[in-house]
Design a binder for this molecule. Sequence first.
Ligand SMILES: Cc1cc2nc3c(=O)[nH]c(=O)nc-3n(C[C@H](O)[C@H](O)[C@H](O)COP(=O)(O)OP(=O)(O)OC[C@H]3O[C@@H](n4cnc5c(N)ncnc54)[C@H](O)[C@@H]3O)c2cc1C
Length: 288
Amino acid sequence: MIPRPFEYHAPTTLPAAIALLDQYGDEAKLLAGGHSMLPMMKLRFAEPAHLIDLRKIAALKGIREVGNEIRIGAMTTENELIWSPLLQQKCPLLVEGAGLISDPQVRYMGTLGGDISHADPANDHPALMIALGASFVLTSAAGERVVSADGYFLGLYYTLLEPGEIMTEIRIPTPAPGSGSCYAKLKRKTGDYATAAAAVLLRMQGGVVAEVAITLTNLGETALKANDAENYLRGKPLDDDTIREAARLAMAICDPAADLRGDVEYKTAMAGEMTQRALRTALSRCSA
Ligand SMILES: Cc1cc2nc3c(=O)[nH]c(=O)nc-3n(C[C@H](O)[C@H](O)[C@H](O)COP(=O)(O)OP(=O)(O)OC[C@H]3O[C@@H](n4cnc5c(N)ncnc54)[C@H](O)[C@@H]3O)c2cc1C
């Protein structure tokens, strides 16, 4: 399929991109890596008259640590996440998750901000961001606002992003030293989206769970946070019984859509399996 004709803009500064977005309003769409946007345009699910490409805006790239926070420009690609020594050392959950997205070609182009903004429940970063306690900087002509990843995803392809806003930065509290994490993703083959996936960020203290985050991908209309499972585990040891019960509580919030990857029962069962795997692996990676 061929997209409808559109005018292409490639601003080199953030203010110029915001001005274009304000000028063209509903007629405009942002372009990041293009790996979700261009298929949508070819299928004519999206028919923007103006496409505003963010790739020439250097200020939207980069990974740095500021105080106890890791700050990542929205236009940072998956491969840049994977290759980052800072993330490898201090935020391995993000590196592991990015490495399980599609294939190398997609990871060269696809961006963190684009993956989050697309808000497809099959995308991996929404669950990773919620597990990591991330927040997003949204910038418009009116200034900046910072919103939490938990609560940002409202529905299928639907988020708190307002017209005129651009996601400019992702902020992640640096995980506590000694934390363990895992992203367990079941997919049919390389390049496929998750049949079911679970992200876990865990900190143990004195043999019991001090802090835990458990989130799920492609098991509902948005990424899911398994609050009941998290609350159940806090203060308990992680053994076969508690891990099984946490997985059962995580399965209870799943509402996946049946498709070629499986029916509802199978996907829900795999959510439990991925939760168990992620918890066990995260525990084995804890060093405190
Ligand atoms: C074969 C294939 C397999 C894939 N498998 C996976 C997978 O397993 N897991 C996964 O997570 N993803 C997967 N993807 C999707 C891929 O990761 C996309 O790159 C991602 O969904 C979108 O990122 P992008 O940078 O390409 O954004 P684009 O496609 O350019 O944009 C996506 C949407 O976000 C908006 N947008 C982009 N940047 C911003 C911003 N800074 N602020 C506000 N809005 C913005 C755009 O307007 C558009 O609506 C796959 C894609 C392909 C083609």
